[in-house]
Design a protein around this ligand. Structure first.
Ligand SMILES: NC(=O)c1ccc[n+]([C@@H]2O[C@H](COP(=O)([O-])OP(=O)(O)OC[C@H]3O[C@@H](n4cnc5c(N)ncnc54)[C@H](OP(=O)(O)O)[C@@H]3O)[C@@H](O)[C@H]2O)c1
Length: 435
């Protein structure tokens, strides 16, 4: 089915950035289900986008017809969103702008703990450059901006509403800050120009598919790599016996009342594309793209405990006397910073527009284990022993033998011997986890 502008009754030409990313590949597939063609604004110099999309469609079982038709149904323009005019010659930028009715902006730098200046360059400057494309377009293209629910940052109120955007309490990560600033740029542009914009704020998106060389990585792959990094560093440092790993207690900063909103990526793109088909209202319309139920923090902790020979204790402050293993864990930035996350993302506007989602994918422990897929990962030789340890730990894991997750409380700090960690291990771990 071709997408039709409901007001004007004409076919819609769509351009999309970030098409090769984890969310982007799913968005492209969903958009191609409903539109004849797409212009893919691919990341210049980062590998052949059409081939990456074709491999994604093959691995995820798309119809042979769609895979065959792909070269005819997408046209690829190489851009760098962070550059003025997207790095294109002026005439090409103008032609691109005049040829589109809708722009989906999904490209971003997604390293949670990345350098703020670099994140701002891609995420904030990049969004402004895409808005300039929308502004230049003679057909006044609609702008669909992919933000994140985590623009809410560290605000203290537990419920975050779709029309709120406020940075008064700062952010948990440089990534969050850059995405907040990008959303401010979008809202300012919409208010200043009177042009409607739709902002999507997904929570944490995941896939049940295990990591695969032809699939973009998602948060679960980052978590799997985090566990591998910890396990291999712990074994290298002599802190874990690979044959008979003894369970060690580790204290990490977290809140037993924390919760995570985790959503299947297929559900998210379906909601986003359906919302985009609605006639625009007013200036900026923001939608939370979130699961109808949050996971308790005990779920990710349970996963950590099932793979790693550890028993996690949540503490309010970083321990003053970290054990060697705790120091290693503290060196790997990334999702651990979310063990204190307590926001509930209200999605009344989304649900009012779409109705209740009756066929929502259940993201439970089995789903997460499937997506982590450590046994199926493409591993470097140095990681193999750690992967073996993690896989055996999981096979031997008996969830019923664990303490009641509901009984987690902040325990008192404890004293342990000084750490023994080399600088090479620190460096390798710091690159370990993203998004
Ligand atoms: N995944 C989630 O859980 C999640 C949750 C909430 C919000 N989001 C938002 O959703 C969007 C997509 O996220 P994702 O998970 O798909 O991220 P991702 O997998 O890291 O993909 C990022 C995409 O942006 C492209 N890109 C990066 N820098 C670029 C540049 N300078 N010029 C042009 N393209 C560039 C990348 O191209 P290459 O791969 O070719 O370099 C890739 O296609 C982002 O805006 C993110 O903030 C994601």
């Amino acid at each position: 089915m071709d997408a039709v502008d409901q007001e004007a009754g004409i076919l819609v030409e769509i351009a999309i950035t970030g098409a090769t990313g984890f969310l982007g590949v799913h968005l492209v597939r969903e958009l191609l289900e409903r539109n004849a063609s797409l212009t893919v604004l691919a990341h210049a110099g980062s590998g052949e986008a059409a081939g990456r999309l074709a491999r994604f469609l093959q691995v995820t079982g798309a119809s042979p017809r769609l895979i065959d038709e792909l070269p005819r149904r997408i046209s690829v323009v190489d851009v760098d969103v962070a550059e003025p005019f997207l790095g294109l010659a002026r005439a090409e930028f103008r032609r691109l702008a005049d040829g589109v009715d809708a722009i989906w902006h999904s490209a971003a730098q997604t390293k949670l703990a990345g350098d703020l200046t670099e994140l701002q360059h891609v995420n904030v400057d990049g969004t402004r450059n895409m808005l300039a494309l929308a502004a230049a377009g003679g057909r006044r293209p609609r702008f669909y901006h992919v933000s994140t629910a985590f623009v809410a940052g560290l605000r203290p109120d537990p419920v975050v509403y779709e029309d709120q955007l406020d940075a008064s309490r700062g952010f948990a990560s440089p990534y969050e800050q850059s995405k907040y600033e990008a959303e401010v740029a979008v809202q300012d542009w919409s208010a200043g120009s009177g042009r409607p914009v739709v902002v999507f704020r997904p929570s944490v998106l995941v896939s049940h598919r295990p990591p695969h060389p032809d699939l973009p990585s998602d948060t679960l792959e980052a978590v799997a790599r985090f566990m591998l990094t910890i396990a291999s560093m712990a074994m290298e440092g002599g802190l874990v016996d690979a044959e008979e790993p003894a369970v060690q207690t580790v204290r990490v900063v977290g809140d037993p009342r924390a919760r995570w909103n985790v959503m299947a990526v297929e559900d998210a793109v379906r909601d986003m594309v359906r919302l985009a088909e609605r006639p625009p209202a007013g200036t900026t319309t923001t939608y939370h793209i979130v699961s109808s139920r949050d996971l308790p923090v005990s779920m990710p902790i349970d996963l950590l405990e099932s793979f790693l020979p550890v028993r996690v204790e949540l503490v309010e402050q970083p321990p003053a006397d970290p054990t060697p293993l705790e120091r290693i864990i503290g060196m790997v930035p990334g999702f651990l910073m979310y063990l204190r996350h307590r926001h509930v993302f209200d999605d009344t506007r989304t649900r009012t527009a779409l109705g209740e989602r009756l066929d929502e994918t259940l993201v439970d422990r089995d789903y997460l284990l499937s997506g982590l897929g450590i046994a199926e990962m493409d591993l470097s030789p140095g990681d193999l022993l750690a992967a073996d340890l993690l896989t055996r730990a999981l096979a031997a894991y008996d969830p019923t033998a664990r303490p009641d997750p509901a009984a987690r409380t902040y325990p008192a700090a404890r004293t342990d011997p000084a750490p023994r960690v080399g600088s090479a291990q620190v460096e390798s771990a710091q690159g370990g986890s993203s998004r």
